[in-house]
Design a protein around this ligand. Sequence first.
Ligand code: ATP
Ligand code: MG
Length: 569
Amino acid sequence: MRWSKTLLCTLREDPKDAEIVSHKLMMRAGLLVKLEGGLYSYSPLGVRVLHKVEKIVREEMDRAGASEVLFTALQPISLWEESGRAGLMGKSMFRLKDRNENTMVLGPTHEEVATDYLRTLASSYRQLPATIYQIQTKFRDEIRPRFGLMRCKEFVMKDAYSFDIDSDGADESYRKMYDAYLRIFARCGLDAHPVEADTGAIGGNHSHEFMVLAPSGEDGILHCPSCHYAANQERAERKAPPCDWSSPSAAPRAKVATPGAHTVDEAAAALGIASDQVVKSLVYVADGKPVMVLMRGNADLCEPKLRRVLGAAELEMADPETTAKVAGPFGSIGPIGASIPVFADNALREARDMAVGAGEDGYHVAHCNLMDDPDVKIEAWHDLASVVAGDLCPRCGAPLALERGIEVGHVFKLGTKYTKAMGFTVLASNSQPVTPIMGCYGIGVSRTVQAIAEQNNDADGIVWPASVSPYQVALLSLDSKSESCAGAVAQLEEALENAGIDVLVDDRDERPGIKFKDADLIGCTVRVTVGAKSLAKGGAEVRLRKTGETELVPVSQVCEKVKALLAAN
Ligand code: ATP
Ligand code: MG
């Protein structure tokens, strides 16, 4: 491909709204063009990377025994009503009406459609196991679209669905996809780690996310350097921190004035106790209903854990008015005599001699025993705490480390959640109907493209691994007006293309400095430079983008040299 024939534009400046390095570089290298927040067009360069990642995904899905299908993005809401998820998706699902006033949705994911597809086709256990996949555009009305391709309203996903008649088979299908994911990300030049994950609105009971470690990542990952436990912060567990409940004061419950004490630390100081002896009481509104949550004073609530235990689609902290109405003023909320359901963190089990808000401004209640206080009614105990660096590993007790990551893929064991809700059965060998067990497996294909750029760049631009480089070679023609130079460039272009190597020829009428800068910014794996100078010295300059290593190679040997570099990078 000749640069002069394609509308490729690089930018000198970072776009104002680009916060992370990959977003800046993808825009500056002219891979993406912004339509508006969360909506990006791919340029001829960008779409090539996307297609290369898609090709790797396809090859590995096929190799793992999955069959490619293509569903419609437009879906009837009735399918979501059948599965019971119509409400659960909340505002993140785009809804629209057709001309007959039927409500349709733009698919944010396709568990329902996949289940419907299988129930239309499969009636016997002999047709299972089956794993199907598609690569398709998904739509999500994200609260905060940002970071370019990382969080879009419209993005490309590979989604796969497995159907098995027994749980051993379902485990095997899950393992095949898990292994395929490891191969896909490795082939994309990504260092991606599987971690235990929250199952969110998709449901099911077991899932792993594939995380690309990067300081800009939106997810926190706790991992244990000792036993290699690794989990998303949304789901990570911890060994309950030690707490001395052994010598509680025998003093009876007492209301104490704590004027001006609104935070846990202020209350602890006013009462002369440690902050983990104060109960932090929070009021949330879950799908319109207020609930109270109790945490130890020094722990933070992990909202995704609360959302999961409540099964809520929408969850937010109650505003001061609602809080005051149902639980007392901010800073003095407490569970004694609460009129709303109270949920407590496991770390408060057995808690003795605690201080809680009195439900009245300027007062706390000291010496409260949550477990056996007749005026405290705990609806349920759950693990609700946000795990942080230094908390103890739930498996081996070593201190956990916290890193940030970008979620590029997610695999779930779904069980029979969808097949049961949607009445999909097949006849087993004994002629009895059985409900197939499902798994679902997503890869954010477009997010993966940008994650590769996030992990592979330097001060000059992107450094694409050969497998996904928009063109494997950037061929720079420095003296296009000289016949010998133009001839050598044409000869090299043909030789490389004949060898199956894709080439972007920079034949613009621009200064060499600009061509070098743009080549570095776009980041094709190998750069080949031909100019009057290099030819006079005996050939073309072949340079590896990653290391900058450069070699002068006779024109007739460039192809072999490039092949060797591409194979090794
Ligand atoms: P996240 O936690 O980042 O919102 P998710 O858990 O909602 O992601 P899944 O439903 O598991 O995502 O979707 C499968 C994959 O699709 C994710 O692993 C991610 O790589 C990608 N993905 C999800 N939402 C977006 C988005 N808004 N823009 C781009 N890619 C996305
Ligand atoms: Mg997720």
